[in-house]
Each structure stands twice: as structure tokens, then as C-alpha cells.
Write a new protein. Structure first.
Lengths: 504, 504
């Protein structure tokens, strides 16, 4: 197993804890889980306050769970704390997966113990759907729920969003998962002082994330949402999560302005957040120079135009109405948010199937968006183009470049392997879902929407007008696993299942 | 554009035609189309004889079309004949695509002019489905059709089968399409005398193919089929085509022995034919040493066991009955033959979806089978395995080997590009089909069954108990294009659509 450095704990100041702890594989993993649990626990105190001020008894559940989780997190954190400076690849994978298992596990507690009384399966599904920013829900009657639960669902997505940005910027590129080594930040090239550097970067990103959420929330409030709805939707928009406060999702507000604002912030949530930092310090003022962003914008524009024109011609809709529907729903599905402003599957087979396929596209790397992601399509097309060139002019020198960087064969291999594993996972999950009795359309679009962390699939059960409530329990566990798999770029989860990983 | 050789027409004997002709891009293409049309025309004379001896007036149509096509072929052949020795890559692509367009075009004539009177669309679809060994049909009431038409359908598949073996062995590896350079035969390494060598190889393969068809036919006849049915099914079994003489396909015979015999010969048709030649001359007596064959047998055994056990447990079927059903239908779908001995979609969602996914697997390279093909899955898994090794032990030397040959990055790139283009083609064809009004299941499984040259899809329209007749005309043209795309490994067709191909 490669380690990023051999300089483990070599800081000049005398370490307060034995170096043994810092060297062990699990110390930093526990510290990390502890840290995330503290954040989760503190976050859970907000719905407690909101429910208490609304005289809803759920506040006790939130307050108790909050204290318990914070305490547990602090215990884990303090008992393993040491001066960590480097991170091995093994630790990277362990941190990634254990965090994304611990958060939904503990995040599900309020769903079980509050007045809602979800079953363990439903509660875990809802929490996993939240943390992975998927947005599939098993809860009906959202409009009548107490504010605490609604806020907690939104907060789960918001926390999941900031978590994945941090992972995507700091850890994933080092793990070289699915070609993400393309996005390794120069400053991180040497792993000495990796931990302090990544911590400071994570803090900057978090501040930025909070700022963007605030702006989104205020604008939604100015557009006519109640402060509470504005807050909840800001949380789930910027995290491209898609939980809403109404069963009819954003269609409930029936407000074009709100839809365009949400559309804009869904895009903001799907761009690489590091770009915003660069823009803030003035190092990049032309975001469209970035290949990922450029590709993403072109893809969005292409599909919005295509469906708008098709709606005008085939369904005789007014141009501006078509544009409003398609802008919102195409952006919602491609970014993997999953809000719906209309049941787009009623437009017929073409739009259903188009929405099925585009949900796999996803946003940019280093954002809250999931799916296969724009850069992988770009790398694959680049690889095909280069191999055609090589085949036509075998004596020429053909080097594929992406965003100014040479794309090595290793990167191309990683990207294609990722897509292969994605399609394989989709097939296996679909087959497993049919074993629980689901029909083809529900199974394949359910598996797809879980893997791509979108939210709605197609068909009357899991479509934008449906609900995951009626699915069998086993199907919900399969889908929860699919969400985890998709959120952590598949490979991170699969590698933990291989025996070779555990041998040193 | 790379050429395989610069020794064009350098034979010692004085060429009878000017070297200019031999150098031109199109001479050898015309000669090749001419040759194939002669074979087609001569083949068409057989149904004429059969119909005449059965006092069916269709014999005149067959006899006239046969003479016309043979004449046209001879004209093309003789007017462009020269002593060709080498083949450029451009010519290779042109030959491949033009042949697979010319044959269905002329092969469709009897369907239009015989008593059956199919529309041009239906006739072309049926002929394309025949020549590409797909086996989807638009004809209902097969059981009552005159023998000439039934025989012609079978012959089209048989000719398509031998054609693709020759292409797969001689031309495709040189065109380096989708990683097929892995199967380049050593003797072909230098392209001098490429044409004479490949001609002699093609003749050996054809003799072998005729022999295997004869053996298959005789055994089917001994098992109780009428000589006519035995002949037709032998033609469509060895070519993994799947046209039958009855609307209920092989279920019509309701004979376990016949099903096992056909199963065996469908496998024979899906193995690399070059292996049989090697076995005949005693150079290889252990076919299972070949990675492709080994992988293919393991895949078949896995899926047959899986579905047999599932049928016994979930559907309470008797073990031997389950084994009979699954052996035949799994082999039929994986090999891309498309015979059905039962409507396996009535077993429920799991089997429908399983049959949907396995149809993409396909057989071995250099056989009559289509689909993604076993070796591509093996190369992809090998690539993933090697990149995991590289990631775990970055300082080691990790060379991927397949069948004793090193798998270069170029081969891996070609294979992954093929699969990417396959999935992309599947998505685009599915979307186009939904525009004609088809539902999701019909569209995606119709596109899949066309691309993988299987025959039946899933759902009640294109499923094993359905028929392609009721589809809109536009859908039939889209599916015909899909069959061509799949049969010629996608890239061969797409490259002809690129402007760069036509420059020089």
C-alpha cells in the first residue's frame, strides 16, 4: 500500500501524544468520524430550537439526540486526537466510507424517535438520501410535518453537500478515484503538512458555502417564499439535494421567478467550488475558461434548447412556458438535485427516456453534484479522438490534454474503469431490485437515480410524481447502498470489500 | 491515412490491367461487392428450385432476382478486376460497410416481389435482420409461408454468418476496431500478399462452415425435424441468426433433444472459427486454453446455473425442466441467436431484466456472434485489475496480458472506446425510437437487441412472444441502422460518417 509520505508526525514541537497513535491506521479515522459527529450533533440542535419555539414536542427528541451524538463525537475525537500531518491512501478510503456510513446512521435517529416514527429502514433510507444529496423520499404529507423534521432533512443534505466538496477537493484526487487525480491541487503535491493544509482549505470552502447558502436563501425569501421555506430550499438547492417542504416539490410555489433563482443556484452548486475561491482572490475571473465549466454549460444549453423546441413542436406548448419548464427540470435532473416543477414524464415517452439518460451526466468534480460527471465524458471523448488520430497518422505524436494538463494513460484508464464499474453497478442493482418484485422501468430508473444521486426516476412509482414509500424494505436497503456507492465514486466503496485492501 | 503496405501490385507477372485501377481506392471495393452479389445471386437460385419443385409461383421471382443480381455482381467484379495484393485501411472500411449495405438491399428484393409483398421498409428490415444475423422479424404467419421465402430468410442469415467470420478474421483485426487487433493472425503481420492469403483463409473457413452446417442439419433431421426444417434451422443456428420456420420459434417442435442440439451448435457458432481450423490441423487440441473460449463457457455456465436455481426456487419449476428452459434460452440470448423455446418474460421482472442485460454480452471474436463480446469484458477487467495493482504497488512493473499477449494501452483504449460508443449508440437509438412513440421498455430493449444482433427484446411488442411488424416504419429504419452499426462493431460505420475519413 502506497503512503503519501514517510514523514509521519515529524513536526518540530514535541508531540503531546505518542507517535504510535499517529502512525496507526485508525486513529485519524476515528478523529475524523468524531469531528463529523460533532458537526452533526451541533447541527441537530437547530431543529430542536425551531421545534421548541413552535411548541412541538419533537424538540426533546432533537435535543436528546443532539447531545448524545455530540458527546459521542467528542469522545471519539478526544480519545484519538494526535498531531496528524500526513494521510495514507488506506486512511483516505477508510475516512471517506466510514464517515458516509456514520452520518446517515446517526442522522436517522430523529426520524425514528420523533412523532413521525419512521421504521428503521425508512429512517436510514431518508437519512442516506439526505446525506448523499440524492433527495428520494419515503415520507408523504410533507406539507403537514412539524418544522423540525423538515429542517433536519434539509440540513442533512446541506451537511452532505459541504462534506462532499471537502472530500472532492482534498481527498478524492489523492485517492486517484475514477480519474479525479486530474483535479489534484498543486499545493497538495507533497503530502507533508497535508492535514493542516487541507483543514485550512476545508474551512475556506465551508465559509464560502455558508455565504452562498445565505445569498440563495435571502433571494428566495425576497421572491416570496416564507423565511422557513427559503432556508430549507436554500440548504437543498446549493447542495443539489432536492428535498422540499411540500409533496409537490417546487411546483407548490408555482412561481417562475423562484424556479429561475433555484435553477441558477443549482448550477452554482454543480460547479467546482475551488473556482469561486480563485475568483474571490482574483486569480481567475473567467470561469468559462475552465474546460469542466464550459462543457457543463454547453451540455445544459443543448438539452434545454432540445427539449424546449420539442415541447413547442410536439406538445404545442407556448415557448416561454416550455422554456420555464425545461430550464428548471433539465437543470434539476442533470445537476442531480431532483426538484420537480411538473411531472415531466406525462409529456410522453421521449421526455421520460431523455430524463432517464441525462440524470447520469452529473455536474463538475469538486461540487455537490454527483453522476458520471462532465469531465469523464470529456476525457473519454478526448481519448477516442486521440486514438482516432493515432490510427490515422500513426507516426505523429498525439498527446491528449485536458484543461492544459496532459491526460496520461493512467487517467484515461481510471475514467473508463469508473464508467465501466458504474454501468456494471447499475446492472447489478437493477437485477437485485427486480428480485424484490419491481418492474423493469422502476428497477433500472430507481437504481440509476440512486447511483447518480438524483432523486426521482421514471415510471409511476419512483417518477417525479411518485414516492419511494411503497417499495419493499429490501429495495430501500439496496437503493441506500446504491446512493453510497454513487456518492463515493463507486471505487472507494468497492475497494473496502476487497481482501487485498485489508492486508497491510 | 495509413496504408498497410507500400507494395501495391508488385507481383512479378505482368498485370493484365493497368496498375492505376489496382491503386484506386474503389476498385477493390467494387470487386468485393461484385463477388458478394454473385454469391448472393447464386444462393438465391436455391429457393427458386425449392419453390419450383413445390409448384409455387414465387420461383419466378427468385429466378429473376437471382439472375439479375448475379449479372450485376459479375459486371461489377469483371469491370474492376485486377491483381490486388494489399489493402489499405480506408479500403477495408469501405468494403465492410458497402457489402453490408448492398446485401440487404438486394437480398430484400424477393420479399418485395414474391407473393408475400412486403413493403420496402419491411423487406429491408427483414433482410438487414437476416444478413446481420439478428433474427428480429416483421413477418407473422411463418408456418403458412411457401418454402422459398422461409429458405431465403435462413440463407440470408447463413451468408451473413460466413461473411462476418471472414471479416472478423481477416479485415477487422487490421482495422483495429474496438481492440480487435488482439486477434491479428501472425501470418498476416506483413500485408504483402494480404489478399491471396486472406482469400485462402476465407475459403478454408467457408468449407469448415459448410461442414458444420451439414452436421448440424443432419443431426436435427435425425432428432425428428423434417429435412426442410432441419436445413433452415441448421442455417440459422450455426450463424447464430435465429430465424425460424414457425411463429412460435423452436417452441413449435417441443422437443428437448432438438433444443439441446441447437444449444450445442449455437455455442459452436459463437466460438472463434479459427480454433476449429487449428484443431483440424492438430495445432490446438485444448480449446479451453483459449482465454476467450474459457471466459465464454464460464459466463454461460454461471448464468444457466443462476437462472435454473432461481426458477426452481422462485417459480417452483422441476429441476430438469428449468435446466432445459434456461440452457436453451440463455445460450440463445447470450450468443445473440434469438430462438425462443418459451416466453421467458412471463417468469417475471427478474428474468426479463436478466435477459435484457445478458443480450449485450455476446460471443467470441471471429465467430458469427455479435454483442460487446467476451474478450472486451475480459480486457476491461484486466485493465481495472492492472490499474488497481499499479495503484497499490506504484513501484512494481505491471503488464496486462491476454491469451499470452501483452495488452497495450492502445488496445485497452480501443476496447473502452468501443464500449463507450456502444452505450452512447444505445442511448441515442433509444431516444430516437421514443420519438416514434415507443414506450421506454420497447425502445431500450429494441435498440439493444438491434445493436447486439440478438433478435427479441423484452416487453409485449418486441419480446420473445412479440413481433416487430406493428412498429412504425421510421422505427424499423432506425433499428435496421442499429443492426448494421452493431454488426460492424460501430466504429466502422461511424468512421465513414466523419469528413476526415474522406480527405485523402
Amino acid at each position: 500500500m502506497a503512503t503519501l509520505t514517510s514523514y509521519s508526525d515529524v513536526s518540530g514541537s514535541a508531540p503531546r501524544y505518542s507517535t504510535k497513535k499517529a502512525d496507526s491506521s485508525f486513529g485519524i479515522v476515528y478523529v475524523n468520524i468524531g469531528l463529523f459527529l460533532i458537526v452533526l450533533g451541533v447541527g441537530m440542535f437547530i431543529p430542536a430550537i425551531v421545534d421548541a419555539s413552535n411548541h412541538n414536542d419533537d424538540w426533546q427528541v432533537f435535543a436528546f439526540c443532539s447531545s448524545f451524538i455530540t458527546f459521542l463525537g467528542a469522545l471519539l475525537f478526544l480519545s484519538n486526537k494526535a498531531k496528524f500531518t500526513s494521510l495514507s491512501i488506506k486512511q483516505g478510503f477508510l475516512i471517506t466510507v466510514s464517515t458516509w456510513l456514520a452520518i446517515p446512521f446517526f442522522g436517522a435517529l430523529p426520524f425514528i424517535f420523533a412523532d413521525l416514527h419512521l421504521s428503521v429502514t425508512d429512517a436510514f433510507f431518508e437519512a442516506m438520501s439526505g446525506v448523499t444529496t440524492t433527495g428520494s423520499t419515503v415520507i408523504t404529507g410533507l406539507d403537514g410535518l412539524p418544522p423540525g423534521i423538515l429542517l433536519w432533512r434539509s440540513l442533512l443534505q446541506w451537511l452532505g453537500g459541504v462534506g462532499i466538496i471537502a472530500m472532492g477537493v482534498a481527498i478524492m484526487p489523492i485517492l486517484k478515484v475514477g480519474g479525479m487525480q486530474l483535479f489534484k491541487i498543486e499545493a497538495f503535491d507533497t503530502s507533508e503538512n497535508f492535514i493542516p493544509r487541507s483543514t485550512s482549505l476545508a474551512i475556506s470552502l465551508t465559509v464560502l458555502y455558508i455565504g452562498l447558502t445565505l445569498i440563495c436563501g435571502v433571494i428566495l425569501w425576497l421572491c416570496g417564499m416564507s423565511p422557513f421555506d427559503a432556508a430549507c430550499h436554500a440548504f437543498t438547492t446549493i447542495s443539489t439535494g432536492g428535498f422540499s417542504t411540500s409533496d409537490s416539490s417546487v411546483a407548490y410555489f408555482d412561481n417562475a421567478l423562484i424556479e429561475y433563482v433555484i435553477s441558477f443556484f443549482m448550477i452554482i452548486g454543480s460547479l467546482p467550488f475551488i473556482i469561486y475561491l480563485k475568483m474571490l482572490v482574483g486569480r481567475s475571473l473567467k470561469p468559462l475558461n475552465d474546460s469542466q465549466i464550459k462543457g457543463f454549460v454547453i451540455v445544459l444549453a443543448f438539452f434545454i434548447s432540445l427539449v424546449t423546441i420539442w415541447l413547442c413542436i410536439a406538445n404545442n406548448l407556448d415557448f416561454f412556458q416550455s422554456l420555464r419548464y425545461t430550464t428548471f427540470n433539465i437543470i434539476s435532473v442533470i445537476t442531480g438535485t431532483g426538484f420537480a416543477s411538473i411531472d415531466y414524464t406525462i409529456w410522453g415517452s421521449f421526455s421520460s427516456v431523455l430524463f432517464f439518460f441525462i440524470m447520469f451526466i452529473g455536474g463538475c468534480s469538486g461540487s455537490t453534484s454527483c453522476g458520471i460527471k462532465i469531465f469523464r465524458f470529456q476525457v473519454m471523448l478526448l481519448a477516442i479522438k486521440t486514438s482516432i488520430k493515432r490510427w490515422m497518422w500513426p507516426n505523429g505524436i498525439h498527446i491528449a490534454k485536458y484543461n492544459g494538463q496532459p491526460v496520461t494513460n493512467n487517467i484515461i484508464g481510471s475514467v473508463f474503469s469508473f464508467v465501466f464499474l458504474f454501468v456494471l453497478s447499475l446492472s447489478v442493482l437493477t437485477l437485485l431490485l427486480t428480485l424484490t418484485g419491481l418492474d423493469f422501468t422502476t428497477a433500472i430508473s430507481g437504481a440509476g437515480t440512486a447511483l447518480a444521486n438524483v432523486g426521482p426516476g421514471i415510471g409511476h412509482i419512483v417518477g417525479p410524481a411518485g414516492n419511494f414509500q411503497t417499495l419493499p424494505d429490501v429495495a430501500k436497503w439496496i437503493l441506500s447502498f446504491g446512493m453510497l456507492l454513487g456518492r463515493l465514486e463507486i471505487f472507494s466503496v468497492l475497494v473496502l470489500l476487497s481482501p487485498a485492501f485489508w492486508k497491510q
